[in-house]
Design a protein around this ligand. Sequence first.
Ligand SMILES: *Cc1c(COP(=O)(O)O)cnc(C)c1O
Length: 382
Amino acid sequence: MSTRDPQSIRISSDLLPRDGRFGCGPSKVRPEQMLALNLAGPRLMGTSHRQAPIKNLVGSIRSGLSQLFGLPDGWEILLGNGGSTVFWDVATFGLIENRSQHLVFGEFSSKFAEAAAAAPHLGEPSVIKTAPGSHPQSVCEDGIDTYALTHNETSTGVMMPLMRPAGSGDALVVVDATSAAGGLLWDPAEVDVYYFAPQKSFASDGGIWFAACSPQAIERIEKISASKRWTPASLDLKIALDNSKANQTYNTPALATLIMLESQVGWMNEIGGLSACNARSQQSSSILYSWAQARSWATPFVADADKRSQVVGTIDIAASADGGVDANDICAALRANGVVDTDSYRKLGRNQLRVGMFPAVDPEDVQALTACIDVVVEALRG
Ligand SMILES: *Cc1c(COP(=O)(O)O)cnc(C)c1O
């Protein structure tokens, strides 16, 4: 049992990562993005979102994202205020026609299922669930018009390949890609709606949602809108669609978020697009997982290596009785040294570290983080 106060542990500065932000959202914002905000500030901040400078900024983000994802003709990037959580409500009004199927394998994937179950205008959703640490498979079911998948379950560090269920016909595949988008690869042929918020792989700030929508998804939005289902205007996808095509939002967006996002999307395309971003996250995650496997007191939480997320790493720490330490003490000691947000997802309730390895995070910094954890654990064990 360790009695050492974690906050008293000093990590020598040559071991520390250059940037100590390893959160899973908000996540590291690159200094270049802060500089872009400073440079663009006087011209863009505090100006109307209905005028050309901000509309051009939104247009540049929309085309930059289309390029990054390699979207086919006819796809549109939609945006609106509220983040991914609000998009679940948006989708219950504007994407699900009657019944949805949800793969639930953690906190975030369960939330959309709950939103659909609570909507009085929808039929009872079908929910396929697995315990945290793995993911279910979607199966085609009669009467399902929307298949809800999660590309990366941020609460558990599980990623899943995106595949249209065989035989699902004109049902939509709607993917929560909040922590995956920009860091993981996907094929637009397998997906109709790929939605996310910019505070994870896009290293910007929260409060806004983006959704890449296929022509079939746009058809669905138009169809539901024509059916005159009651929809609050702020959650109305048809209103969002019309505004987005005009590079606008229904109500005022956070301009600083958009400026930092544009800078990040530009950088991602410059360094080689989605495959280069994916390679960075893959490099970071293989450093983290192979380090954990080489420690007697650390184990990757996700047993199946193929399901281990490349953008959100979860590492179980052995209990002190088994030669480990309290993961909260590790986090406290790291934080006292400027290395922050390595805490596990609280509701998962494990003795665990969780590390954001989005493309903005330098793989060398993940390497440095592992060395810091070694030092901290040694000090804690005394
Ligand atoms: C972070 C996250 C959300 C919630 O995003 P908000 O923008 O905070 O609403 C939803 N789903 C997943 C997979 C996430 O990682």
